[in-house]
Design a protein around this ligand. Structure first.
Ligand code: HEM
Ligand code: HEM
Length: 179
């Protein structure tokens, strides 16, 4: 059906959305919501888990872009105005940028701090840059503030999906659902 994404696109969307939201919450919890004593060891473990899971997004991203390029998205309903269609398209591009910029800035931050960028506790990505405190001072706020901006974008994306489902009651929400 051409008003639905392909099964592969849906699997990639939901797998990446789950990973993205999980690693986001994990790092936010680790950095802001732990008030116990002995937080250093716990934070180290949680940020380690954050990195090991988040790096998988890089591999999935390239598979997804290839799939998206070879399998166009379903048409948006004609009940949407041309400007809303354009905005939806721009929002998708922003979300794709978020999906690649978050892990890339995370890896650059880790390398610049003299750490590795590990993947699923199996192997490390090759260090693209050396330890560099000056660069780290730029990359840390870049990764952190970007994560907040992207967090707001994702909330907007979810709100818009729910609007399509419950207010507009059009085909947009179902196009990404398994049925
Ligand atoms: C989908 C990808 C990612 C998302 C959504 C994400 C999101 C976040 C968030 C929300 C924080 C906490 C921000 C805060 O303190 O308020 C954070 C911190 C951090 N992330 Fe990521 N991240 C991603 C990928 C990565 C990757 C791939 C690495 C490294 C391999 C990484 C390394 C770090 C580090 C080291 C911190 C702690 C920064 C600090 O010292 O405050 N992140 N990330
Ligand atoms: C509960 C969370 C989520 C829901 C309910 C949801 C829902 C949807 C729906 C219904 C669509 C299809 C059409 C549209 O919105 O125009 C879609 C597309 C998309 N979503 Fe999500 N989403 C969620 C989380 C995420 C997250 C966390 C990301 C990435 C950070 C993301 C990235 C995308 C992208 C890039 C598309 C465009 C797909 C394309 O046309 O190639 N989504 N989402």
């Amino acid at each position: 059906m051409n008003n639905s994404y392909t099964l592969t696109a849906k699997i990639l969307h939901w797998l990446m959305a789950a990973i993205f939201i999980f690693v986001w919450c994990l790092a936010f919890y680790s950095n802001h919501l732990i008030f116990d004593t002995n937080t250093d060891a716990l934070q180290h473990t949680l940020i380690g888990l954050h990195k090991n899971i988040a790096t998988t997004i890089i591999f999935l991203f390239f598979i997804r872009i290839f799939w998206r390029y070879t399998h166009p998205a379903p048409k948006l309903p004609d009940t949407m105005s041309p400007i809303m269609k354009k905005l939806a398209h721009i929002m998708h591009i922003i979300l794709y940028l978020a999906l690649i910029l978050m892990p890339i800035t995370g890896c650059l931050l880790s390398w610049s701090a003299g750490y590795q960028a590990p993947v699923l506790y199996l192997f490390n990505l090759p260090d693209i840059i050396q330890k560099n405190p000056e660069l780290k001072a730029i990359l840390k706020p870049t990764h952190v503030y970007l994560s907040w901006v992207v967090g707001v974008m994702v909330i907007g994306h979810i709100a818009s999906a729910l609007k399509h489902r419950f207010i507009d009651k059009d085909s947009v929400f179902n196009s990404m659902m398994f049925k």
